[in-house]
Design a protein around this ligand. Structure first.
Ligand code: AMP
Length: 356
């Protein structure tokens, strides 16, 4: 059995966005202190965390001081430079581990890992230049999507090819970054499983949620998702298999395409996930508390769902609808961001639509 972190200990969180904010609140509920590491000043997590290291990810002195000030380290985003995580890991434990981070940071490594586990992904090929792109198109066919191997999120760093004639334009869109070409998957809908594992190997998965994206950004998540009982079981088994293979500690988001031939893994995120926000009002123990429990070496909650929920993201000026939304029976979660820029996630709401 892992020694549980004692109440009063400090959890370090890399990143100070809304996920760090909601993790900090959950940690506080369990009696922990939080210390965020985030270069930006007035960030969502800084309003609720106990301490804030405002420094760059290449500031090795600050990283060292941060690691010395906390008892365990976790993160709210996966694009942490390897040099930073290497340095931190020498001083304090980081969960999820280095392999989970490295696997999810690079689409090529991620897809190779998933295929090696026997899981289905979109067909893919490594693209480094015009010649390898031509070869990839000949192999995979069109339509296809060219994606940067690293640093992509919310549909950024992606370019669609309807025919081989789009190759030069798509390669330009990558701006010199190495990329993967992915075959276009004809899916009926998209779902995700939010799954957790602790150091003792206990795994708890939430019921899959059905996700709708607009302009590449998650718009809504609805539970229950439209899945047959066997698809639901498959989705959960896929997530559990990934967690076990990575000896994972923490919460992970596993995004899946639902096709007529079965489930295809789109990508994994080694952190709490936007499509898991419904758990805040649909479950006894939400994804944020679950992550903190895992990182702290505590037993996990079981993840049972007590309500049917629709989570809706408030993006950009959606937040102007707040007065109307507040007048309805809706749980409101705002991130404390000052400017409602287009495409910026300002908050989300959870509506209970029924009971299982
Ligand atoms: P990603 O950033 O890879 O999750 O992609 C963002 C969104 O683009 C996904 O949620 C899908 O709606 C769509 N998408 C990504 N990859 C594919 C694919 N290979 N085939 C079809 N749609 C895709």
């Amino acid at each position: 059995m892992t020694e549980p972190l004692e109440t009063g200990a400090t959890i370090g969180i890399l990143g100070g966005g809304q996920l760090g904010r909601m993790l900090s609140v959950a940690a506080a509920r369990l009696g922990f202190k939080t210390c965020i590491y985030e270069p930006a000043g007035d960030c969502p997590a800084s309003h609720v965390a106990n301490y804030h290291f405002k420094a760059a990810y290449d500031d090795h002195d600050a990283l060292r001081q941060f690691a010395q000030a906390v008892d365990v380290i976790t993160y709210e985003f996966e694009n942490i430079p390897t040099s930073a995580s290497d340095l931190l890991e020498e001083i304090k434990p980081i969960h999820p581990n280095r392999r989970a981070l490295a696997t999810s940071q690079d689409r090529l490594t991620e897809k190779t890992f998933l295929n090696d586990l026997g899981l289905t992904t979109a067909p893919f090929a490594d693209v480094t230049d015009a010649q390898s792109l031509d070869a990839a198109i000949a192999d995979i066919g069109c339509p296809a999507i060219l994606k940067t191997r690293t640093m992509g999120y919310d549909g950024k760093g992606q370019s669609r090819l309807s025919s081989p004639d789009d190759a030069a334009r798509a390669l330009d869109d990558m701006a010199g970054a190495s990329a993967v070409l992915e075959g276009f998957v004809t899916f009926t809908h998209e779902v995700s499983v939010i799954a957790a594992r602790n150091a003792d190997g206990q795994v708890a998965c939430y019921d899959p949620g059905e996700n709708v994206h607009e302009n590449g950004i998650l718009s809504t998540t609805t539970v229950p998702a439209k899945l047959t009982p066997s698809q639901r079981t498959d989705a959960v088994l896929i997530a559990a298999k990934i967690l076990n293979a990575l000896d994972y500690v923490g919460v992970m988001g596993v995004e899946l395409f639902v096709t007529r031939d079965g489930l295809i893994v789109n990508e994994i995120a080694p952190r709490v996930h936007n499509s898991g926000h419904w758990t805040q009002n649909g479950c006894l123990i939400d994804q944020f508390e679950q992550h903190i429990r895992a990182v702290a070496g505590w037993p996990l909650g079981d993840g049972v769902r007590y309500a049917n929920v629709t989570m809706e993201n408030l993006i950009g000026d959606d937040v102007d609808r707040l007065p109307q939304v507040a007048a309805t029976d809706t749980a409101i979660h705002l991130y404390g961001k000052a400017d409602a820029k287009p495409g910026r996630k300002m908050g989300h709401v959870n509506r209970i639509t029924g009971h299982p």
